[in-house]
Design a protein around this ligand. Structure first.
Ligand code: SAM
Length: 275
């Protein structure tokens, strides 16, 4: 879904992000081979709750997290860890320093699919890309260290579209682990949902459209545990944190989703932390 959203975003005249690889991932997976990869295939445009509004949300999120990563490398970070990297192509798309190492952590089947698709395109990373197939609910640091991660160097951590799906205990462990392996100068950006969504929100157009049109039951993917306040937790450990809504960035960029009644995006927060 996120790759399809990035593909559509890439074709918009006012695109927030350019991801030339996204459409290839969508077309390579039989389950989504009929999903849109261009705005012309989204007849409702931005009023379409799924590929319009939610799609634009993913485009905006990608852009905001891209900008945060580029700020981190401009400040000197030469180590990036993408937690739940999925079909993220930052190491192929962004002007990262050539001496930067980008570790992509995800499940083996996801990384295999991604590799296969990128190999077919003869895609070349712009920095050193290292894939790490491991489960983020367990002890993933040994696999990351074995891949060359060095906890004494500043790291830019990104958890984009991940914590929503993890049990709260796994989120706590993940934050503990990041904290314990972040040298001064490190940064972390992640997405969470705050609070519990009301029945009206759970019945809102985007959840219905995803379920009825493409068979994706988003609400069953989100972990039902009450969410920990990881931003507060990080603050007590000496990190500085900023919590923002997506709408803050819609205002900033002049495009993206705007608030609406019973809004499935209203609980989403993007957290920027640094130490
Ligand atoms: N960060 C990517 C992006 O924004 O395009 C991917 C987001 S996708 C919604 C979530 C990713 O997290 C998937 O690729 C999934 O395989 C990965 N993931 C979920 N649970 C995981 C776990 N326990 N261990 C490793 N990866 C996991």
């Amino acid at each position: 879904m996120v790759a399809a959203a990035r593909a559509v975003e890439t074709g918009r005249p006012d695109a927030l992000v350019q991801d030339a690889y996204a459409r290839h991932f969508v077309r390579a997976a039989p389950a989504c081979s009929t999903w849109p990869v261009h705005p012309a295939q989204v007849p409702g445009g931005e009023s379409d709750p799924l590929w319009g509004r939610l799609g634009r949300y993913f485009g905006l999120r990608t852009r905001v997290f891209d900008d945060s990563l580029l700020r981190a490398t401009a400040a000197g970070a030469r180590q990036v860890v993408l937690l739940g990297a999925g079909l993220d192509t930052r190491v192929y798309r962004l002007p990262l320093p050539g001496d930067c190492a980008v570790f992509e952590i995800d499940r083996p089947d996801v990384l295999d699919f991604k590799q296969h698709t990128l190999d077919a395109l003869d895609a070349r990373p712009r920095a050193r890309r290292v894939t790490v197939a491991t489960d983020l609910r367990g002890d993933w640091v040994p696999a990351l260290s074995a891949a060359g991660f060095d906890a004494t160097r500043p790291t830019a951590w990104i958890a984009e579209g991940l914590l929503l799906y993890l049990p709260s205990a796994a989120e706590r462990r993940l934050i503990d682990t990041i904290d314990a392996h972040s040298a001064p100068g490190s940064s972390l950006v992640y997405e969470v949902k705050y609070g519990t969504e009301t029945p009206a929100v759970r019945d809102s157009p985007v959840y219905r459209a995803a379920r009825d049109r493409i068979g994706v039951h988003l609400l069953t993917l989100f972990d039902p545990d009450p969410r920990p306040d990881s931003a507060h937790d990080l603050t007590t450990r000496g990190w500085h944190t900023k919590v923002r809504t997506p709408f803050d960035y819609t205002d900033h960029h002049g495009r993206g989703p705007r608030r609406e009644p019973d809004d499935a995006l209203a609980a989403n927060r993007w957290v920027f932390a640094g130490r």
